[in-house]
Design a binder for this molecule. Sequence first.
Ligand SMILES: NC(=O)c1ccc[n+]([C@@H]2O[C@H](COP(=O)([O-])OP(=O)(O)OC[C@H]3O[C@@H](n4cnc5c(N)ncnc54)[C@H](O)[C@@H]3O)[C@@H](O)[C@H]2O)c1
Length: 494
Amino acid sequence: MNKNRRSFIKELSLGVGAVATLPLVSCKTTKEAVAVKDNKAAEAKGFTGRFNMCGYAAPKLETVRVGFVGIGDRGSGAVKRMSFIEGVEITAICDIRQAALDGAQKILSDAALPKAKEFIGSDTAFKEMCDSNLVDLVYIATPWEWHVPVAVAAMEGNKHAAVEVSTAKTMEECWQIVETSERTRKHCVILENCCYDFFEMLTLSMAQNGVFGDLIHGEGAYIHDLDYWLFNKPKDEKMSDGAYTKMWRMYENERMANVYPTHGLGPICQAMNVNRGDRLDYLTSIMSNDFTLEQRIKEKAKEDPFFEKFVGKKMRGNMDIQLIRTIKGRTIMIQHDVSSPRPYSRIHMLSGTKCFAQKWPKQHLAFGHHILDKEEFKDIEEKYTPEIIRRVGAMAKKVGGHGGMDFVMDWRLIDCLRNGLPVDMDVYDAAAWSCLTPLSEWSIANRSAPIDIPDFTRGGWKTNKPVDLSLSEGGTTGVRNINKANDKGQLGME
Ligand SMILES: NC(=O)c1ccc[n+]([C@@H]2O[C@H](COP(=O)([O-])OP(=O)(O)OC[C@H]3O[C@@H](n4cnc5c(N)ncnc54)[C@H](O)[C@@H]3O)[C@@H](O)[C@H]2O)c1
């Protein structure tokens, strides 16, 4: 673990009530990663739950003052998207690189918006932002090891947190966000943009309208050949250049786990009402050997000494798979592969008693053996496209962010906060979706033995309501400067 992060966490744990006595660790071993693996163990550790956040509606905020932490490739896109949303003031920005802050200020000045206050100077400069009275929402797009420390500091500072994926790396971190959110009554939203992609929104609406009948099985994935991103260093240390700052993601590949489970899992959980009538019960996981990374590292090390530190290290296998069963007897399969040369896929397959849907490799809907033709598909689309997409879908495509889904997500988050509505992806979703990382790590290390997935809601799932796509409340947030938007980004491949 990064030394500064370790001392910050120590400092943080001294000031946060029930968490104070916890040995907060990043994941050094599988055992540590799953140390708090069930509700009983969590209670023994002091995570006793003070207030159930299921369906929680925070007090309305007419204006949402947003502070960003981590303004690299992803964070700068978020600053830009938020600049189009009415009712948002971008008041603070934080990074460890001045170039990142300069880039964000330029986005603001180009949009004729006021300059934001800068927080920089150390790895923990975000703490000052979180303690200030400048922001209502802290939007976090740092490398993974900083997600939870920043989110906890935000909630402790009386701010909502919105955290990139995957939100938490260990079971301890999963419980920590739950405990902090419950105690502070601040949201900790997982920024799972894939839930807002157009086909995923359509299938969620179809599921909610009974088109699938009962959902039986779902499949999701993150299959994305990241060779370019993993092996190309930023050209200039001060810039991220589309590559990962300080190559942080390369280090994450030393972990034998699904380190990025939520893109595939999130939309399936929403369709199956996970944490809202059903919940994840247990999983088992398997991983292939590594057939490419070690070889690529050896090749790269010949031309760049940076890669020498990885030579001879055991790297994550190419493919890992999780099989999950829900309490209501549904099954889910999740795949993760970022190092094989193959086409992109999140699969997004839903199989019900009446209908079948799959997005990759070719988007289609079917009833029994009959695969819908273009016209039939269009009819379904017209009937079931949810209100949120009708309201902001076209604008989202203009503003962009993976073809628009990122903007739909941001707009919806702000609209919920401004109208005092429950958020679509709450702290329990953040924990339940992220915990696949430590739990898959444990299962892989134990010859695919099954392991329970904790009920982070502590019973709240039984009465919690499904995600509401109707906009029967809310939907009031407008957009600004939309004529300046001109997305040239890639379509739907995050
Ligand atoms: N949802 C998606 O589609 C999607 C896509 C890409 C990345 N992401 C997520 O976004 C996050 C960032 O990824 P990225 O590709 O932008 O990486 P990046 O390396 O380009 O950006 C990370 C930024 O965080 C800054 N940073 C590092 N430590 C910090 C600290 N202690 N305080 C403040 N700033 C700090 C870095 O300087 C950098 O500017 C990750 O969680 C990643 O998984 C999500």
